[in-house]
Design a protein around this ligand. Structure first.
Ligand SMILES: O=C(O)C(=O)C[C@]1(C(=O)O)C=C[C@@H](O)C=C1
Length: 355
């Protein structure tokens, strides 16, 4: 070892000793905060403020993404000193939903893989899990109907959102594409990669495309068949010991899935929030225009408007709407009050920090 290398490593060692002390001091403070709280440990609004502040302060050379990832893990460990959280998600292990859990909560949580979106809701409703993470929309494929239907029925609230860039890979036991006779994947993932499959796979006509309940299931099946491949994320390849034949095969490089965090708490304002509601109105000309007019009047921006059959009558719909701002912000509160007076139905799903 050169003298220069030794000196640099000595400096890293002394910085690490400082960091170790400081991180443990931080954990002790979080524990003290934990003792002062009655009830809810997880405070999404505070975590979002902590991360936003660090991003503003960050002098580099580490990117804001690096800093965010590091601090999510630090917060995750500090939070666990206050109370261990369990997070239900759409399993099995290796799905994008699991990645979304880690992206928001870090690694120091118990992640509970569920068989279905219904099961995620049930686990949180019954108190078996502290929170749930469910997919709600994909930038290519649109809304996840089952999540929206369950949001309409549940007593749970929306406590957060997670945006996860979805990068699909073709994975198999080996990287020789000519031996592949079958490809397994979730229908949404097939749809996201159609262009790539058509362009890059030799013998495409002879290859069977088989739908599975999840990408991770597809990877599990491909791990047991040398003539099979799966479309799934990098994580599924790791979990099932498969090789990556091609990466980033999604047709839209900005392909992103949005997930919601569901729980039982009303989240306080962070200063940069969103509110999700479900509403409906009578079926007559101009009714929707009138219903939504208060948003324009009180300068409330609408980020999303999605209709779903109400399941209460033929051709009757409910509208899922995301707006900017917290339900306690004055303009949002006034707009929602007026809408409540006009709507045949209004449910406020929750306010939460914007992703
Ligand atoms: O500020 C708090 O309420 C804390 O408990 C501390 C802390 C953190 O580590 O920064 C941990 C958990 C909460 O979700 C928010 C923040």
């Amino acid at each position: 070892m050169t003298e220069q290398l030794k000196q640099l490593r000595d400096r890293i060692d002394s910085i690490d000793s400082e960091l170790l002390k400081l991180i443990n001091m931080r954990a002790e403070l979080a524990q003290q905060i934990g003792h002062q709280k009655n009830g809810v440990t997880y405070r999404p609004e505070r975590e979002s403020q902590v991360l936003a502040r660090l991003q503003q302060l960050n002098p580099g050379p580490l990117t804001n993404e690096h800093i965010t990832q590091l601090f999510i893990e630090i917060i995750s460990a500090c939070r666990a000193m206050e109370e261990p959280l369990s997070i239900a998600y759409l399993g099995p292990q290796g799905t994008f939903s699991e990645e979304a859990v880690t992206k928001r909560f870090g690694s120091t949580v118990a992640a509970l893989a569920c068989n279905s979106i219904d099961d995620v809701f049930r686990k949180v409703e019954s108190g078996t899990a502290s929170y749930g993470v469910v997919p709600v929309e994909n930038s290519t494929e649109g809304a996840v109907g089952r999540t929206m239907d369950l949001l309409l029925q549940t007593s749970l609230t929306v406590c957060g959102e997670i945006e996860l860039p979805v990068h699909q890979c073709l994975i198999a036991q080996q990287t020789d594409l000519t031996v592949i006779q079958k490809i397994y994947s979730h229908p949404q993932s097939f749809a996201q990669c159609l262009g790539w499959l058509n362009k890059h796979l030799p013998n495409l006509q002879a290859i069977a495309r088989i739908d599975t309940a999840s990408n991770a299931d597809a990877a599990r099946i491909a791990a047991a068949d040398k003539n099979a491949a799966a479309i799934a994320g990098r994580k599924a390849a790791d979990v099932f010991g498969l090789k990556i034949c091609a990466k980033n095969i999604e047709d839209d490089p900005n392909n992103t899935t949005r997930f919601l965090v569901i729980g039982t708490q009303q989240v306080s304002a962070s200063g940069k929030d969103k509110t999700s509601i479900v509403t409906s109105t009578s079926n007559r000309p101009g009714a929707i225009h009138e219903l939504l007019a208060p948003f324009a009047r009180y300068q409330v921006s609408m980020n999303r408007l999605e209709s779903r059959p109400s399941r209460r009558g033929l051709w009757e719909y409910v509208f899922f709407i995301d707006i900017e701002g917290h339900q306690q912000d004055e303009n949002v509160a006034k707009a929602l009050e007026e809408i409540r007076n006009k709507a045949t139905f209004l449910k406020i799903l929750g306010s939460y920090p914007s992703a």
